[in-house]
Design a protein around this ligand. Sequence first.
Ligand code: KIV
Ligand code: ZN
Length: 513
Amino acid sequence: MSNDKLFVFDTTLRDGEQSPGASMTRDEKLRIAKSLENMKVDIIEAGFPIASEDDFQAVKLVAEQVQDSTICVLSRALDKDIARAGEAIKPANSGRIHTFIATSPIHMEKKLRMSPDDVLAQAVHAVQYAGKFTDNIEFSPEDAGRSDFDFLCRVLEAVIDAGAGTVNIPDTVGYNLPDQFGSLIGRLIETIPNSDKAIFSVHCHNDLGLAVANSLSAVQYGARQVECTINGLGERAGNAALEEVVMAIRTRRDKFECDVTLDATQIVGCSKLVSSITGFPVQRNKAIVGVNAFAHESGIHQDGILKNRETYEIMRAQDVGWSNNQMVLGKHSGRNAFRSHLEEIGVTFSSEEELNNAFYRFKDLADKKHEIYDEDLQALVNDSASTVQDSIRLVTLQTCTGTGEKPKATVTLSVESEEKTQVSDGAGSVDAVFKAIECIVDSGCELELYSVSNVTTGTDSQGEVTVRIRKGDHRVNGQGTDTDIIMASAKAYVNALNKILMPVAKKHPQKAV
Ligand code: KIV
Ligand code: ZN
């Protein structure tokens, strides 16, 4: 059996960000990119630079700071998109331009209003033009899963000739079935005369819940790059989940003629980071990264596991980064122990200031909570606590509640360095706190999501709060973590308000060219 490399291409920062409500700030994108780099993801699709100045700057930042993974950017098959993409990846150690145009009859006729010959010519031109900026070019025939086979072959042969080193076959609307999609890839590789000059990649959407199955089938038929996202985030029902694709390949090596070179022990940490930043919770029974993925409830199963783990487990929880619930650090741990333990679980700091800030919050937490677990540390670094640049800062917070009394909150904020205090009541303490904050800031935002989850077990656990607020079309998520969930809620709301002060307009990459 040959043992080819299977390239893992993560598009959490691009397709994942297209999930409604999952937008991320520049710094959040960088944190996720660093975590993906730590995991040894081969290619990170960092964004769609033409969409907005903010996306452009985010990609540039990622390209400057990430050394080990290739940084890819998306562009329509248009010169202005490609030139912007080329500019964004300039600082990258290794950069790639990914250009696309739709090839299905419905997209060409109804969306692009172009003839197949014009689409083919534009695809070839785009790849040639991208060659002015990099020799690492990927081309995608959008909606390939519903495209005419012969036309697809003509387009792919032509773009490979024009210099595309990777050709990606998207099932854009998640319409295909596993055997159909796998054999499509096999037939393309067999039919296209220059197919040996390019890596065949797949990009599957999950509209029928088949994204991972379709991707794996394609790998069995010869695909050597899979595009996927952490937690399966992405447009509509999402993309193929990275963690599921990777662990299926690792666990069933007997069924694949290739392997990944990824560090799977970083998966759980990265999943938590993405969930916390986007406000998309991971379903408890989600494969690999759900909290129940390795929990055995029934007596028969527990008995079996105790006798021989393999009776009911096909993977080891620690191989994907679940910790074994050991207390890892305490009140007396120093900065070096803190830094080196975080490195072990895949967290690095981009500056001493960032480390100091996190260490200060760790000490604060250790005063309240004696046993600190890996989960606590992950939550602590995921919590984008207020920074000096924030114009709104939480100064103090008191709440008062009791049987038969309306909950009341007194909040003091520093807004542009001026302290303001407000007292409000509400249906509950959180409601009262948010009303008091709104009375001070008067942001006019609408609260779209409020969710709380516990970081560890026990009543001294930290609560992790995510809020999503909207102003017009602009949505942001805010996070806050604290052993007191009212405080965590206030931090999350203030965090979201600080982000929404920087509105950005985005174009959608798959909108008509
Ligand atoms: O789903 C899709 O077709 C895409 C392409 C831009 C690759 O995301
Ligand atoms: Zn997609």
